[in-house]
Design a protein around this ligand. Structure first.
Ligand SMILES: Nc1ncnc2c1ncn2[C@@H]1O[C@H](COP(=O)(O)OP(=O)(O)OP(=O)(O)O)[C@@H](O)[C@H]1O
Length: 634
């Protein structure tokens, strides 16, 4: 039975208001009081729309395909019923010896995030529900003993789960529920074979739930392997009516991206926390070093950093320790660890892996094969025409895959703005990036910079291959967002208003050389590895010390120019920041077009013989130098 829920299925108060946080309440689901306590502790006053639809169906034991907007609360929508069913089995003593639920996620970060959510929801269950996260980096023997101690829930990536099943360290005979979060992503991450193997091992007829903000035909294989007659809970359109993110786009030249970033972050035009998305790892460092010169602090998130550090950055950002994250949103940002960790031959899944892309030298998969990778110290080469063309060719082949990374599933809290410094390459990726703001019913905005094709490669030092298709991609994004009820508007803004800053911006850009980037990248990597070791050993015992570990320190690899941190008033657009959002209202540039009021008054006083006698002529060496006179006096 494939049933698409529609407006009539929504309980009356929700249908009328379309608000995520109205009736019914969590009490109506018949959840265990311990879970309800946890829900209150989490601050969830009422279920979101997807929760109010999915939880009752899941409690009935139905297979579910859940598609709802990013940030709409899908995690609790499948975790709460799953936990409730386990508690019921335990209460009725029908639970078998062994795990009842297997949760599969595409990346280690998402697995750890889900484990944390499980910990929160089971906070009042004491030891009644035990979870083992197979993505945690713990010694093999410790993991084996944890698995042997009959945990209730296993959280893993498909590769980790398949490995333990094949080694017979994970028994799946007792499973009652299987949930796959970001279901479309697990396939594109190259887990197809693992998923197929798992499907052959698990008992027939168990309940399966597949969840994502963008479920599509991509998951047909999964449905075939796992689902009986799934109920499709598809809330996309309904929730999007409530879309709370305002979306702006600015067309600008390649170097102007840096100018705009300077204006927005130095003049604090965006209030609150912001995630800046860039095309690749080098761009992360280029932008960080650039902003650093103006005293704007930011931290970096990319695939090169150890997973502990990445998780720590997100946690600290969520605790409001940092305001700006610069993230490279390449495919491998969160993925591929399994292939590397387990040393597993990825050839069988290679067709699913991106074979290379605009940032191919950043790809750990490529490091393993040696493609385009000369080690972190070498850094990526400056793109030559030939390499650009070759990478663009590959990019075309793999554009579908180039949408992964931190834009998927990570629960960044209270993000005010998504700044697409580099436009993503697909509309789907844009949707997921956008989903990092306006979460849980809050508001937010996105700001995307688009390079018109005529401007592409016009300023090579700041160019990125991904910008070649910006206009084409923007057209798709606009169409896609319109379908979802969103509106991508041009940002009304006169770039001449900030012309006075160009000189400083160019000065700062010149300091951010390829060598500076390479050094910063290597340094950061070393520091993070060191921190990560410490995180493992020391901070498990001293969690409070984690507070002192900051990720937004200065890299100081670029030439230091302290004067750039200060913005003199004369450079500010007339009318201050407001001048940047409305029509031209008296901009004050380097050179005044009209006469200077003070100088004019001084001249008038001089002409009329009043006031102090000007020393101007005397001080001007070109006008006062008199070689003859000086010779005679000496
Ligand atoms: N009923 C609720 N009331 C208030 N906040 C909620 C509720 N349910 C979830 N949230 C919060 O909303 C945020 C987003 O939830 P969640 O991560 O589950 O969204 P998601 O739909 O899975 O997003 P994504 O598609 O990006 O993975 C989280 O911070 C979560 O704590």
């Amino acid at each position: 039975m494939k049933r698409k829920l529609d407006q009539d299925d929504v309980p009356a108060p929700i249908a009328k208001s379309q608000k995520a946080y109205t009736e019914p309440s969590f009490d109506t689901f018949g959840l265990d009081t311990r879970l309800l306590q946890a829900v209150v502790k989490e601050g969830f006053s009422a279920p979101t729309l997807v929760q109010s639809k999915a939880i009752p169906l899941a409690l009935e034991g139905k297979d579910l395909l859940v598609r709802a907007k990013t940030g709409s609360g899908k995690t609790a929508a499948y975790l709460l019923p799953l936990l409730e069913l386990i508690l019921r089995q335990k209460a009725h003593k029908t639970a078998q010896n062994g795990p009842s639920a297997l949760l599969l996620l595409p990346t280690h970060e998402l697995a750890q995030q889900t484990s944390k959510a499980l910990d929160s929801f089971t906070a009042f269950c004491h030891n009644d529900i035990r979870t083992v996260d197979l993505t945690r980096k713990i010694p093999e023997n410790v993991q084996r003993s944890l698995l042997a101690s009959s945990p209730d829930i296993i959280v893993a990536t498909p590769a980790r789960a398949a490995l333990q099943i094949s080694a017979s360290t994970l028994s799946v005979d007792s499973l009652r529920t299987l949930a796959i979060d970001e279901a479309d992503l697990v396939l594109s991450y190259g887990y197809e074979e693992d998923l197929h193997n798992i499907s052959k091992s698990i008992p027939r007829g168990i309940q399966t739930m597949m969840i994502s903000a963008t479920l599509s035909a991509d998951i047909d294989a999964l449905k075939q392997w796992y689902c009986r007659n799934p109920v499709v809970v598809e809330l996309d359109g309904q929730v999007e009516d409530d879309a709370t993110a305002t979306q702006y786009v600015v067309k600008c030249a390649e170097d102007e991206k840096f100018l705009l970033a300077f204006v927005i972050f130095k003049l604090r035009l965006v209030k609150g926390k912001c995630i800046i998305f860039v095309a690749d790892i080098d761009r992360c460092y280029r932008l960080k070093l650039f902003l650093e010169q103006f005293g704007v602090k930011s931290c970096i998130l990319n695939s090169e950093l150890p997973v502990n550090s990445r998780t720590h950055v997100v946690e600290e950002f969520n605790k409001n320790v940092y305001d700006i994250i610069i993230a490279s949103d390449e495919h491998e940002v969160l993925g591929d660890e399994d292939q590397l960790d387990t040393g597993k031959d990825s050839s069988s899944t290679k067709s699913q892996q991106p074979s290379g892309d605009g940032a191919s030298f950043d790809n750990p998969a490529n490091r393993a094969t040696g493609d385009h990778w000369d080690g972190p110290n070498a850094g990526p080469p400056e793109p030559t025409n030939h390499s650009v063309r070759r990478r663009q060719g590959k990019a075309r082949l793999t554009r579908r895959h180039k949408e992964y990374g931190i834009s998927r599933g990570i629960d960044f809290k209270n993000v005010a703005c998504i700044f697409n410094f580099d436009l993503p390459q697909t509309s789907k990726s844009y949707t997921h990036r956008l989903g990092r703001t306006a979460r849980a019913g809050r508001t937010g905005m996105s700001f995307s910079l688009v390079v018109p094709s005529a401007q592409y490669l016009k300023h090579k030092p700041t160019s990125t291959p991904s910008a070649q298709y910006d206009e084409e991609t923007l057209a798709k994004i606009v169409r896609h967002q319109r379908k979802r009820g969103g509106d991508v508007k041009p940002y009304e803004f006169d770039i001449k208003q900030v012309d006075a800053f160009r000189y400083r911006v160019n000065d700062a850009l010149r300091a951010v050389t390829q060598i500076a980037i390479r050094e910063a990248r290597t340094r950061e990597l070393k520091i993070e590895l060191l921190k990560s070791e410490k995180l493992k050993r020391h901070f498990e015992e001293n969690p409070e010390d984690l507070q002192h570990l900051r990720h937004d320190g200065e890299l100081r690899a670029a030439r230091l120019q302290p004067h750039l941190k200060h913005i003199p008033d004369y450079l500010m657009p007339g009318n201050g920041k407001r001048g940047l959002t409305s029509a031209d209202i008296g901009f004050v540039g380097f050179r005044k077009e009209s006469d200077n009021r003070i100088r004019k008054a001084r001249m008038q006083r001089r002409v009329s013989g009043k006031g102090k006698k000007s020393t101007y002529r005397k001080l001007d060496p070109l006008k006062t130098f008199n070689a003859k006179g000086r010779r005679s006096s000496s």
